[in-house]
Structure formats: structure tokens, C-alpha cells
Design a protein around this ligand. Structure first.
Ligand code: URA
Ligand code: URA
Length: 321
């Protein structure tokens, strides 16, 4: 497609989407209190319980879903000419190492990235919104490129398969984990192992059905013995995640754990300091919370993740303010 054809196609797509006004709005689950009791009971073992009690009260009467003024009905950015670089970024042929500050450690005390790029400010997506069919095709191509990727020498020989991501191609929510574990490596889907169980419970308590969110990992391959990914591995894989986000153009990105935070927000600031407010990645609002695996080790943090989910529900109008 030349750039005029591309613009025309994008305009048609936008018009079509605007006419449809299709949105996936989360519905509070019918069995919300049951689900909540399930994972809150677990979490209360390690916590004082006071916030959990109040969470429970709030949750038993979730507001009916209704879009708030904070939630844009339909993001319809004026289609801009598509820069060549942007097209390349969504149709990655071979991910160039990303030139970002690459901090070397995962600890909260690790150094932060250069000041000028932080905090990130809202900026437009690089490409016009695509139709569902275009998204499926673009993601399909990208998936093939990920499967063919051999950039991380230490990982390629250990992985069983790549784990690209799953979910509807038109979605308001993208959930980002760190890297596949053994089960994900075996089954080829993110969050299907033990941390996936807690992840599912949290989503259900939040009233966002798993099948309405797109789930992906920062790293598409399992690092041997589930070690923390190196800076180089993160840099190698980041263009794939960026391309996925550019294709999906979600309203909300939820970063589960420090690795996703590093890749999306490009900071090594701790989750403790970043949570509790929305950040920006292009036009998407980014929510940061603890990784389910971390929550299993530190159950006292579950109430904090629950607060983060409540912040999201408040934003979506599914929880009383
Ligand atoms: N942890 C993640 O972050 N992602 C997975 O897919 C599995 C475990
Ligand atoms: N460190 C991580 O890597 N993840 C968390 O969720 C919390 C601390």
C-alpha cells in the first residue's frame, strides 16, 4: 500500500469503527462476592485485614457499568500521514535493539532512567487505528516474526516455543506480564501456570472477563530456569511488545510486575512508588501493580493490588467512588 491508499483505508476504518461504536465494557461478575472472598481470604492471611474488609463492602454493591466522563467513548485520533518508521514499527521484520536507558538490576533501588523522559507524557499512537481484520493480520505476521526470532542466544536453545499473547484484537485492555514460565512455555499461552490462577481471580474480582482482555508478556520466551531477563534480552524483545501495543491501541495497559513496568514506562522506579495513579504510554492509561507471582510470595501486598484494581474500576465506573 502506498501512503495515500493507507490513509484512505485508515479513514474508512475509523469511520466504520465510529459508526459501530463497539467497545468491550467490563461487567461486574454475577458471582463477584464469591470470587472476591476466594482471593481476599487468601490475601488476608498476610495482612491486617482492614482495607480488605472495606474492599469487600465496596465490592458487594458494584455500580452498574456506565461510561464516565473520564472514559473516552471512542478514541478517534485524526488520522495522520503514516510515517514510514511507524509502519515499520508495526510490521517488524527484525527488531532493532531499542536505544533506551537500560538499567541493569531489578531491585527497587536500581537507578532510574534519565530525567527528561520521565514522567512520560501522553503522545499519539504512531499509526491510525486499524480494523479488526487488519489487526488480526498484523498480529499474525508479527507472531510469525516472533516465532522466527533467534536474537537471545541463551534463551533460544532452551525455549519450547514462543508465547506471543492471546485475546481479542479489539479490546480496551492489554495486560502485560514478565515472561513465560514452564507451563506457558509448554502451552504457548501467557498466564496459564500457577501465577495464572491468581491472575484470573484478580481479573474476575475486578469484573473484567479474561476473554475480553489481550494478555501478553514483556518477553516472548521463557528464560532458562525462569531467571530475570537481562537488559539485552529486554531490549531485543521490546520492539515486539511495542508493535503489539501499536496494533491493539488499547485504552488501558496494566503492567503486572517490575519487568513490564521497565519495558512500558522505561523506568526502574519501584512499583510501590509508581502505583496508585495512571501513567501514559502513547494514548493509553497505564496502571502499575504487583506481579501475581510476587503476590504469592508476599500476600500482604494483595490488598494493594486490590486497591489498584479498585482504582481501575472507579475509572471505568464499575465501582462507587
Ligand atoms: N508470569 C508472567 O508474567 N507471564 C506468564 O505468562 C507466566 C508467568
Ligand atoms: N518486584 C517484581 O519484580 N515484581 C513485583 O511485582 C514486585 C517487586
Amino acid at each position: 500500500m502506498d501512503s495515500d491508499q493507507w490513509k484512505l483505508a485508515s479513514l474508512q476504518t475509523l469511520e466504520y469503527l465510529q459508526r459501530l461504536g463497539v467497545k468491550h465494557l467490563p461487567k461486574p461478575s454475577a458471582k463477584l462476592s464469591e470470587i472476591l472472598a476466594d482471593w481476599v481470604d487468601v490475601s488476608s492471611k498476610g495482612s491486617s485485614g482492614t482495607s480488605i474488609a472495606s474492599s469487600r463492602t465496596q465490592l458487594q454493591a458494584p455500580e452498574p457499568k456506565q461510561p464516565t466522563s473520564q472514559v473516552p467513548k471512542q478514541p478517534a485520533p485524526a488520522p495522520a500521514p503514516v510515517p514510514v518508521a511507524a509502519q515499520v514499527s508495526t510490521q517488524v521484520s527484525a527488531p532493532a535493539p531499542v536505544q533506551v536507558a537500560a538499567p541493569s538490576a531489578m531491585e527497587p533501588a536500581a537507578r532510574s532512567v534519565a530525567k527528561p523522559s520521565w514522567p512520560p507524557v501522553e503522545s499519539p499512537w504512531m499509526t491510525p487505528t486499524r480494523s479488526a481484520q487488519d489487526r488480526s493480520e498484523a498480529l499474525g505476521q508479527l507472531k510469525l516474526q516472533v516465532e522466527a526470532c533467534r536474537l537471545c542466544k541463551d534463551i533460544v536453545c532452551h525455549r519450547r516455543q514462543t508465547v506471543f499473547g492471546v485475546g481479542p484484537v479489539t479490546t480496551r485492555f492489554v495486560m502485560i506480564g514478565d515472561a513465560p514460565g514452564p507451563e506457558e512455555d509448554r502451552l504457548g499461552e501467557p498466564f496459564v501456570g500457577s501465577s495464572g490462577e491468581l491472575f484470573d481471580k484478580i481479573l474476575r474480582a475486578t469484573g473484567i472477563p479474561r476473554d475480553q482482555v489481550y494478555i501478553l508478556n514483556t518477553l516472548k520466551c521463557r528464560p532458562p530456569n525462569n531467571r530475570v531477563p537481562s537488559d539485552m534480552e529486554l531490549d531485543n524483545c521490546r520492539p515486539y511488545m511495542e508493535a503489539q501495543l501499536e496494533i491493539l491501541q488499547p485504552e488501558y495497559i496494566i503492567c503486572w510486575g517490575a519487568t513490564a513496568v521497565r519495558a512500558v514506562l522505561q523506568t526502574t522506579e519501584s512499583i510501590g512508588r509508581l502505583r496508585g495513579r495512571f501513567h501514559c504510554y502513547k494514548k493509553a492509561k497505564v496502571l502499575v501493580t504487583y506481579h501475581p507471582t510476587y503476590l504469592e510470595r508476599a500476600p500482604e501486598a494483595k490488598k494493594l493490588t486490590w486497591q489498584d484494581m479498585q482504582m481501575l474500576m472507579r475509572e471505568l465506573g464499575t465501582l462507587k467512588a
